[in-house]
Write a protein that binds this ligand. Structure first.
Ligand SMILES: [Zn+2]
Length: 143
C-alpha cells in the first residue's frame, strides 16, 4: 500500500508514531515538529541507509574485531604449545607443568628471578621451564 505522512503527505522517511490512541504514519520532519512518541522499528531502507553512512573507522573496527577474536588467539597459543610439547615427551611431569609453574609463581606474586633465587636456580631456567623448554638431556634434569 502506498504510504504517506498523514500530516503533510510526504512519502519519504516515514515512521510510525503514537498519536493519541492511534498509531500513525508520519514523516520524520512531522514527527520531530510534533514530538510524537516513535515506534522503533526502522524500515529496511532506513537500516541500509544508516549502514551506508558507517564511518570508515567504524568499518575498520568491525573488521579488526572479526579478525582478532580472542578464540583465535587462544587457538593459536594452543597450537604452538601442541607443536612444541609432544605427548609423553616429559612423561614424568604433570600435564602442562609449565603453566602450573607459572601460575603458582604468579599466585605468589614473585618474579622469575625471585623464584630462581628461592630454589637456587638461575632465572633463565625458570623462564625456560615456564615455556616447557627443558634441557635436551632429560636424564640430567632434576626438576
Ligand atoms: Zn510529514
Amino acid at each position: 500500500m502506498a504510504q504517506e505522512c498523514f500530516l503533510c503527505g510526504d512519502e519519504n522517511d516515514l515512521i510510525e508514531v503514537v498519536t493519541g490512541a492511534n498509531i500513525s504514519i508520519v514523516c520524520l520532519k512531522c514527527a520531530e515538529k510534533n514530538s510524537f512518541p516513535r515506534i522503533n522499528h526502522p524500515t529496511n531502507e532506513q537500516i541500509s541507509r544508516a549502514n551506508r553512512f558507517l564511518g570508515v573507522n567504524e568499518r575498520l573496527m568491525n573488521e579488526m574485531r572479526r579478525i582478532h577474536k580472542p578464540d583465535k588467539v587462544n587457538n593459536e597459543l594452543k597450537k604452538i604449545v601442541a607443536e612444541n610439547i609432544k605427548p609423553g615427551e616429559y612423561k614424568d611431569l604433570v600435564d602442562n607443568f609449565h603453566w602450573n609453574i607459572q601460575q603458582a609463581r604468579r599466585f605468589r606474586k614473585i618474579s622469575q628471578k625471585q623464584l630462581g633465587e628461592s630454589i637456587a636456580e638461575p632465572e633463565i631456567v625458570i623462564a625456560m621451564a615456564e615455556k616447557a623448554n627443558l634441557p635436551v638431556n632429560k636424564s640430567s634434569c632434576k626438576l
